[in-house]
Design a protein around this ligand. Structure first.
Ligand code: XMP
Length: 509
């Protein structure tokens, strides 16, 4: 059986990072909310170790997240982090109290003692702390293994049961030696062998779905984005033609994109792919509509209709497959049984469709892991490292009403800009062109022109929640501007968007 670690989630903000840090050490980690798994289940799963996460509550309050205290005697090594540390102390019979005067927030110097957990970690190092509660009295059998100026018990352990707790957060990136401490817990305390790799994960998943989906018909909405592509191909490897993918071409994709998606999945991978050419249908619904939210709504609803109609033609389908990834699960409410990506996505599907079950093969993975899996599956790099693209597509990049001509104009201008950015290898996280509804006067040869203005947008960001505009070199902008005004009909002016998010958003609509 594959080695794995359980990340028992008590509601902290860094929990996804913990799982990620564990996987970076070649050990698979699964995150489960504390109230969705029992002690019996934990024992049966054969976890090599458990990490209790942080969380916003206080362990001494009656309704705080807790767990059966027998978990401490289950013979499985545990690392408690922050709230998890306090919970371990509380369950083991120590006392946890609140003291404003002892609270520590931000960078704090920690002094470590002798312990497996601190192997190859210096005696003094800087850590990220965020707590007001603290462990006043250690539980019986525990000893202190680190302290700070204010906090006597910054880390503790009971070696006989392999129980370790740290008040600080080894998982956050600005924590010095955090990776080493997680490594020590896994290799020194849990004794893992560290054999987990993305290709094992792929093989295990394929085996799993081969068994689980045997004899069932599965349907997947393929958008051509990274997540749905990887999910679909993985399932294809497991069940072949029992998987049908529906790709709705709403006509608002980037230049040549729809053909690329079709030739990749149908051509290269031989998948059972239905391309629905619904351009006219979408265009007629969008005719005369300029209000951004209305555009999004129309496209979302129309997508569902087209998808439903297509599914109906296929007869009984047992399973719907979705490309939900771990951050989507988090975003849409913690630990919910099955979250359908509906909020921000055209892929959001109707809830009342007649499926027996939903499978989400990427539910445990982070974006970069999904990409690694995509490469493992042989998906072309240009697709795997594709920039984010909004579900409503170019509709939210054409200001004002949408026409076929405008779509073509924007596709061409956008292709030029992306080409120049790619050739110059500019390091931006997302870049594209927007067709504004501003027309202005220009001159071509001796003639007056009256054309549209293209705005170019490039952003640098970690998470797209905030973003800075990318300092694209003038020469690159110059080449893009020259080519766009020269090659694209009806454009006689190009501007560059120099607004960060906030106050602007990445997309213009
Ligand atoms: P904003 O414009 O909100 O965009 O700053 C942040 C990121 O989200 C992408 N985006 C979307 N993605 N469906 C999606 O799947 C959508 O409706 C949507 N709207 C914006 C946007 O491209 C950027 O990467």
């Amino acid at each position: 059986m594959e080695e794995k670690i359980l990340v028992l989630d008590f509601g902290g903000q860094y929990n996804m990072l913990i799982a990620r840090r564990v996987r970076e050490q070649n050990v698979f980690a699964e995150i489960k909310p504390f109230n969705k798994i029992t002690l019996e289940e934990i024992k049966n799963e054969g976890y090599k170790g458990i990490i209790f996460t942080g969380g916003p509550a206080s362990v001494y309050l009656p309704d705080s997240p807790s767990f059966d205290k027998e978990i401490l005697n289950a013979g499985i090594p545990i690392l408690g982090i922050c709230y998890g540390d306090q919970l371990m102390a509380h369950l083991a019979g120590g006392t946890v109290e609140r003291a404003e005067s002892l609270s520590e927030y931000g960078k704090t110097e920690v002094f470590s003692g002798d312990s497996k957990l601190f192997k190859n970690v210096p005696e003094s190092f800087i850590f990220w702390m965020s707590h007001t509660d603290y462990i006043k009295n250690l539980p019986p059998a525990f000893r202190t293994i680190a302290n700070t100026k204010l906090c006597e018990n910054a880390a503790m352990c009971d070696e006989s049961r392999n129980l370790y707790g740290v008040q600080f957060h080894p998982e956050v990136i600005h924590t010095e030696y955090g990776t080493q401490i997680i490594h020590n817990f896994l290799y020194e305390v849990c004794g893992v062998s560290g054999t987990w790799k993305m290709d094992n994960y792929l093989e295990t998943s394929i085996e799993k779905y081969k068994n689980e989906l045997d004899g069932k018909k599965v349907l997947c909405a393929l958008s051509g984005g990274v997540d749905s592509s990887v999910a679909a191909l993985l399932l294809h490897r497991a069940i072949g033609h029992d998987l049908t993918c529906v790709f709705v071409d709403h006509g608002l994709l980037r230049k040549d994109e729809a053909d690329f998606v079709e030739s990749t999945f149908k051509g290269k991978f031989g998948m059972n792919l239905i391309r629905v050419n619904a351009q006219e249908r979408f265009l007629s619904k969008l005719s005369g509509v300029s209000e951004p939210e209305q555009k999004r709504k129309i496209i979302g609803e129309e997508f569902i209709r087209v998808f439903e109609a297509e599914a109906k033609k296929l007869g009984k389908i047992h399973v719907l497959a979705q490309g939900t990834i771990y951050p989507d699960v988090i975003e849409s409410g913690k630990g919910d049984a099955s979250v359908i990506k509906s909020h921000h996505n055209v892929g959001g599907l109707p809830e009342n469709m007649d499926f027996d079950e939903i499978v989400e093969p990427l539910r445990d993975l982070f974006k970069d892991e999904v990409r690694a899996l995509g490469l493992e599956l042989g998906i072309p790099k240009e697709l795997v490292f594709r920039q984010p693209f909004p579900g409503p597509g170019l509709a939210v990049r054409i200001i004002g009403d949408i026409t076929e001509d405008k779509i073509k104009t924007l596709q061409d201008a956008d292709a030029v800009f992306r080409d120049e950015m790619d050739k110059a290898e500019i390091n931006a996280n997302q870049y594209f062109a927007v067709l504004t509804d501003t027309r202005s006067v220009g001159v071509v040869g001796d003639k007056r022109s009256y054309g549209y203005t293209i705005a170019l947008r490039a952003v640098t960001t970690d998470d797209f929640m905030t973003a800075d505009w990318t300092r694209v070199p003038y020469e690159v902008l110059e080449r893009a501007s020259g080519r766009i005004t020269g090659e694209v009909k009806n454009i006689n002016r190009v501007v560059y968007d120099i607004t960060s998010k906030p106050p602007a958003t990445v997309e213009w609509e």
